[in-house]
Design a binder for this molecule. Structure first.
Ligand code: WT7
Length: 572
């Protein structure tokens, strides 16, 4: 198993001169010196991301360039400081305080970013919700987190089952018109009355900051909690992986409803004082290339699905635009096919730098760095200060080219600190003493590059979005025609995987294309569009264990035409 294919280093004004050297000298404690708080011990990540630059004389620098089909706005660091201060005061006036959960359920707009920063400034915990979530998904998350306040829009409010959420006391509406009843507030009106001076909540490094919900293979979504201390990792990976420099124009295409959209769509760029581009609206190749061209983006962080869609849109689209500003391109979320790396090199003249991490890890842990050769198909090498390894189930480190659990020595600055109200689930990740067990399988080559092999659980990764089969199955069986459902990820050239559902119908229902479409819509409108099965197959019976658990691995083997393996636990 040798991988001869190498993509040599391209010249960049990079931040890390040599990987091996950075690794040998690295100490997280030194990173802390970059922040003002290392004098006081008290911290606030939003202060470090925004206000610190204002105090350092960079108040007039553009922090945010926002655009969508109808808006185009720029905000300086000073403006973001003042607006987030105002929002902090809005929350305080409602009685929201340190440790309370404030959720943000809205499209990518400047108001979303102001809300996230303002919430963090008063020491409350922010929970960003992806705007595509439907009622059941919204309810699960607001219920589990016991959120007291929600920032949303009038149209998304229709998906919030307010009456079923006793903890939810305050709803702040962006773009509301007319009179509002008690408990509902107009974002614009409250902001206009709020002072832009804020008594910042100084917290401890280990105090909670943000919750992202993510799916596992069983049970409801897990609330992954990160603390202010994560900023150390966001800052330093911003420097060495994103290669952020003072005059960069940075664009991360991820929505803040997912962790990439906060760790690398908010914290990493702003902690580094860099101009951050946010493009609202939907993906289209022309729109994305226009965004790169118009704002002269220099660093571009996206995902394999997007690159595959851009690739299939063809090179003629690329030729219409001047992409010469782009210096550094990165990808995360799912395996980046070697073919895409080759295409990027040919079409953009740029290497696409794959990197690996998870919601739970809070920040990048394994990456291809600008000053390192890329081996197409590899996720790269561990970040300095991170010890990654392939281990067996007893915690023994395995030699190169042996497949096993991809694991990280604990702790690191942005490691999750809790699964909200679920200590058992949290402990599962740390079941092997001294290690965080990722749930991914991989191997390492003789040069220390890591190669992703697959998930060890049933979690589906569709277009870079993590979907738990259990959530989809639970929704499917709520449909009147569905008796049983088993859900798997099916390999797909563009989306990585698509969701495929095997369904046994109830008595009296006949398979039909109309019924498939109805079931698909059912999941789409009740759970989330990205969680709806693209393929449905009706079966008389589903493979189950004697205890009644649907055997997804058998469904997967059927689908792929592979041997089904040990069937000793299967019912007759
Ligand atoms: C899972 C985490 C935090 C990034 C966004 C996804 C898969 C992530 C890669 C990569 C192959 C990858 C893993 C991981 N994944 N990056 N470079 N190559 N697979 O975060 O939703 O928490 O998903 O995404 O399976 O465990 P997430």
């Amino acid at each position: 198993m040798t991988h001869e294919e190498r993509v040599p280093v391209q010249t960049t004004g990079n931040n890390m001169s040599r990987y091996e050297e950075a690794r040998s000298h690295f100490d997280w404690k030194q990173v802390e010196q970059a922040f003002s708080w290392h004098h006081t011990g008290k911290v606030n990540a939003a202060y470090e991301a925004i206000d610190r630059h204002v105090e350092a004389g960079k108040g007039n620098k553009t922090a945010l360039i926002y655009s969508d089909a109808v808006r185009e706005e720029r905000y300086t660091f000073l403006q973001l400081k003042e607006k987030s201060n105002q929002f902090g005061n809005v929350l305080r006036k409602l009685g929201v305080s340190k440790g309370d959960r404030v959720f943000v359920f809205m499209p990518r707009t400047p108001e979303l970013y102001v809300s996230v920063l303002g919430t963090i400034k008063i020491g409350a915990i922010v929970g960003p919700l992806f705007e595509a979530f439907m009622e059941a998904a919204v309810k699960d998350r607001l219920e589990n987190s016991e959120a007291v306040a929600l920032v949303t829009t009038p149209s998304l409010l229709e998906r919030v089952p307010v009456d079923a959420l006793p903890h939810l006391k305050h709803i702040i509406l962006v773009g509301a018109v007319g009179e509002l009843v008690e408990g509902y507030y107009s974002f614009e009106e409250e902001m206009s009355q709020a002072s832009s001076d804020l008594d910042m909540e100084w917290v401890d490094r280990e105090d909670p900051m943000i919750i992202h919900y993510t799916s596992g293979s069983t049970g409801k979504p897990k609330g992954v909690l990160h603390v202010h201390n994560a900023m150390i990792q966001h800052y330093q990976t911003g420097k060495w992986v994103l290669d952020l420099q003072d005059d960069d124009i940075y664009w991360c295409t991820a929505d803040p409803g997912w962790v990439t959209g906060t760790s690398y769509g908010i914290f990493a760029p702003w902690l580094n004082g860099v101009t951050n581009v946010v493009r609202g609206g939907r993906f289209s190749p022309d729109d994305w290339y226009q965004t790169l061209e118009k704002y002269k983006v220099t660093v571009w962080y996206s995902a394999p699905t997007a690159f595959r869609m851009l690739m299939s849109a063809g090179d003629s689209v690329v030729k219409k635009y001047d992409l010469s500003s782009v210096r550094h391109v990165l990808s995360v979320g799912e395996p980046l096919n070697p073919e895409v790396v080759r295409w990027g090199l040919k079409t953009y003249g740029k290497r696409i730098h794959d990197n690996w991490w998870m919601t739970e890890t809070g920040g990048i842990l394994i990456s291809n760095y600008p000053q390192m050769e890329i081996k197409p198909g590899s996720m790269g090498k561990p970040f300095p200060g991170i010890h990654a390894a392939i281990i067996d189930n007893e915690g023994n480190e395995l030699p190169p080219y042996t497949m096993g659990n991809l694991a990280i020595r604990t702790p690191w600055p942005s490691m999750m600190r809790q699964i909200w109200k679920n200590p058992e689930k949290y402990q599962e990740y740390f079941r092997i003493p001294g290690w965080y067990v990722s749930g991914d399988s991989a191997y390492m080559d003789e040069d220390g590059y890591f190669w992703f092999q697959g998930r060890l659980d049933d979690v589906i990764n569709t277009s870079g979005e993590r979907v738990g089969p259990f959530e989809v199955e639970s929704k499917l069986v709520e449909h009147h025609a569905v008796a049983e459902a088993g859900v798997i990820g099916k390999p797909d050239a563009i989306r990585g995987e698509i969701i495929k559902a095997f369904i046994a119908l109830r008595e009296g229902y006949e398979p039909s294309e109309e019924l498939k479409e109805e079931i698909r819509q059912f999941v789409k409108t009740r759970l989330a569009a990205h969680a709806a099965p693209r393929e449905i197959e009706f079966r008389d019976k589903l493979p189950k264990t004697r205890s009644g658990k649907i055997m997804r691995r058998v469904l997967k083997a059927w689908e792929l035409g592979l041997p089904t393996g040990d069937l000793s636990t299967m019912e007759d």
